[in-house]
Design a binder for this molecule. Structure first.
Ligand SMILES: Nc1nc2c(ncn2[C@@H]2O[C@H](COP(=O)(O)OP(=O)(O)OP(=O)(O)O)[C@@H](O)[C@H]2O)c(=O)[nH]1
Ligand SMILES: [Mg+2]
Length: 410
């Protein structure tokens, strides 16, 4: 016998908060700690809403309503002071409920519903955190169509379909999952480049407000600054970094400078896409060249820089800024296989439309059809990966079955 409880509303103070309790002994626990108001005693019957107080021995904790959602599921609606919420949670814990996060509790409740397959449960859980409407649509489409349909079709026809065909389809789903994941979970873009190239100006323009400080002094940005913006179906976190200049770090003797450079490097390595902002109004120099090679080297550290450059190309968009000034930059001096380039003026907004189109193109998220079958959890991804290597029909069938009906580990 087990019972679980979680706070379902957001952290912090609100007018009300909801604590959900679910399990075999949920009702017994509530009967011990809940005192109904008035003389008319309503029962803990599905559909009823009870008014009363939660008490701990002689002490009254709060006046609440309890929604009886099912024989083993109740929602306690209490006042939203976090201290009251915490006291109710602790009381439930002392009465034998296991305290969980809202996500974990939801997973338990959904897993108990026999009618849902595992992909549907994962969809309902992942949908809570989707960053865009398009993301929620992609996930919703996987429940009856998309991945769930593909998996049940595979299972129905596993004996008559060649293994190679199943493997190829699984690979296609994995490929389509990359843009889908960016649309669902959001995408981080690092703005990198030499000092004074206009990174902060670009961040401010894309964010639509003056978030980062802009001056003509080299090395203005030290600590990173982030801002949110939306491009098509993508919810982006833009991160402005310190101008990359190893000489500055080495000669200034300042640990601030050194740390700023290290941080910029880390942010770039973790970003899904780098906008390498270069100044179009001055000749390309050694620093620009070095930066390109370095950025590529950071992304694919084990390969030679030239090879790394082309591999990294998908992740780097070269932005030639200050196009309102006479052009003195010669891209010919840069490694030739660096073809993702766009010219803009961050100060006046010229070329930003093209920049946005390129971002969508590089992330494959332009015109992404939300009905496409995709994997949206690491569990699904790893099973699809296994499916691409299945050695027999029996093995394939067992992987697909697991994809559809394995119990969720929560
Ligand atoms: N003419 C022109 N000037 C620009 C443009 N973008 C930025 N600037 C100017 O270039 C200077 C540097 O801009 P910032 O945005 O601070 O450059 P940054 O790359 O963030 O510089 P650091 O933080 O020092 O690395 C400022 O004087 C900006 O007004 C542009 O498109 N055209
Ligand atoms: Mg700056």
């Amino acid at each position: 016998m087990s019972t679980f409880a979680a706070v379902m509303t957001g952290k912090g103070t609100g007018a009300i908060a909801t604590v959900q309790i679910f399990g075999d002994t949920a009702r017994d626990i509530l009967e011990e700690i809940f005192k109904p108001a008035g003389s008319r005693r309503l029962k803990f019957k599905t559909g009823n809403i009870l008014l009363g107080t939660i008490t701990d021995g002689d002490e009254t904790i709060d006046q609440v309503t309890i929604g009886c959602e099912a024989a083993n599921t109740f929602a306690i609606n209490c006042h939203g002071n976090p201290l009251i919420v915490e006291m109710i949670m602790q009381l439930l814990g002392r009465r034998g409920a296991t305290l969980l996060s809202s996500q974990e509790l939801l997973a338990k409740i959904l897993s108990a519903q026999q009618s849902l397959n595992t992909i549907a449960i994962e969809a309902k859980l992942t949908q809570l955190n989707a960053r865009t409407l398009q993301g929620t649509k992609i996930i919703a489409n996987q429940i009856n169509g998309g991945l769930a349909k593909k998996a049940s079709d595979w299972l129905d026809n596993v004996n008559t379909t060649p293994l190679e065909q199943i493997a190829a389809e699984a690979e296609q789903i994995l490929r389509d999952s990359r843009p889908a994941k960016l649309i669902i979970a959001g995408c981080t873009i690092a703005l990198a480049g030499p000092p004074n190239s206009g990174k902060s100006t670009l961040l401010n323009y894309l964010a639509g407000r003056q978030k980062a400080i802009v001056t003509d002094i080299e090395g203005t940005t030290r600590d990173w600054v982030s801002a949110r913006c939306q491009i098509g179906p993508l919810s982006l976190t833009l991160i402005d970094t310190a101008g990359l200049d190893e000489k500055l770090a080495a000669t200034s003797g300042s640990s601030v400078e050194k740390t700023a450079q290290e941080r910029a490097g880390r942010i770039m390595a973790e970003a899904e896409l780098i906008l390498l902002v270069l100044d179009n109004s001055r000749p390309a120099d050694q620093l620009d060249r070095m930066l390109l090679e370095k950025i590529a080297g950071r992304l694919v550290p084990s390969t030679s820089s030239r090879q790394a450059l082309s591999q990294a190309e998908g992740k780097v968009l070269m932005v030639l800024n200050k196009s309102d000034l006479p052009a003195r930059f010669d891209p010919g001096k840069l490694p030739e296989d660096f073809s993702n380039t766009v010219q803009i003026s961050a100060k006046f907004g010229t070329g930003i439309k093209t920049l946005k189109e390129k971002v969508l193109q590089i992330t494959d998220s332009a015109d992404f059809d939300p009905k496409t079958a995709v994997a949206f959890t690491t569990r699904q991804e790893s099973l699809l990966q296994q499916l691409t290597n299945a050695k027999s029909k029996q093995q394939a069938a067992s992987i697909i079955t697991e994809l559809l009906i394995a119990p969720l580990r929560v």
